[in-house]
Design a protein around this ligand. Structure first.
Ligand code: SF4
Length: 212
């Protein structure tokens, strides 16, 4: 794990972000399924899951003021009801500074997708909609802070699934894992739901539709 990924901060006094891409699409996962959203995909993750399908190749450094005004301008122009900070792992970036810069009267819901390894940052983001998708090295505090939990069968540590289920307050989503050969463990996922009825099926519809 490089220090630059961990800090997400450039020179002294200049807060900047490692951004892989900014793009409009729909949120097709979790409670906000079907909602138009503006996505900010940050670069870099502190886990190296073998089945990871997130692009991790290139990024631009974008200063705080520029990123904040680009997000604000997209939301005002296109009336996005939702902004999703995703990755990679967004909590490796100085996200609390960005949220502060967007302000409390920001006209869209702010959401963050995290692997749940950095609860000390999530704590500062507790006013956002938090989707925790634990894999390994997850923390109980992160799952407790989450608005919803998305597990991927075969990738998520079964102990994280068990812990999330023990908290009666969570939206729980279970997603089939895409294997290296392109197939999904869908039957296992359906069997899991039959045995754990609180979990709902999450399908990556954007992939089926050819969207980002
Ligand atoms: S936590 Fe997510 S983004 Fe990070 S390596 Fe694992 S699957 Fe990829």
């Amino acid at each position: 794990m490089s220090d630059s990924i961990l800090s997400g901060v450039g020179g002294r006094g200049t807060i900047r972000f490692q951004v892989h891409e900014l793009f409009p699409s729909f949120q097709f996962e979790g409670k906000h399924h079907g909602t138009r959203a503006f996505f900010v995909r940050f670069y870099g993750c502190n886990l190296k899951c073998p089945e990871c399908d997130t692009p991790q190749d290139v990024f631009d450094f974008i200063p705080l003021d520029e990123l904040s005004s680009r997000i604000r301008s997209e939301v005002e122009k296109e009336k996005f009801p939702l902004v999703v900070f995703t990755g990679g792992e967004p909590t490796l970036q100085p996200l609390p500074d960005l949220v502060r810069s967007l302000g409390t009267a920001f006209p869209a819901l702010l959401a963050v997708e995290t692997n749940g390894t950095r609860p000390e940052v999530l704590e500062k983001l507790r006013d956002l909609w938090i989707t925790c998708s634990p894999k390994k090295e997850w923390t109980k505090e992160s799952i407790e802070l989450a608005s919803e939990v998305k597990a991927v069968l075969g990738m998520t540590d079964p102990k994280a699934i068990e812990f999330a289920e023990s908290l009666n307050t969570k939206y729980l989503w279970i997603q089939p894992m895409q294997r290296k050969d392109g197939t999904y463990n869908l039957l296992d996922t359906l069997r899991f739901i039959r045995e754990h009825p609180r979990w709902r099926l999450s399908i990556q519809v954007h992939k089926l539709l050819g969207l980002k």
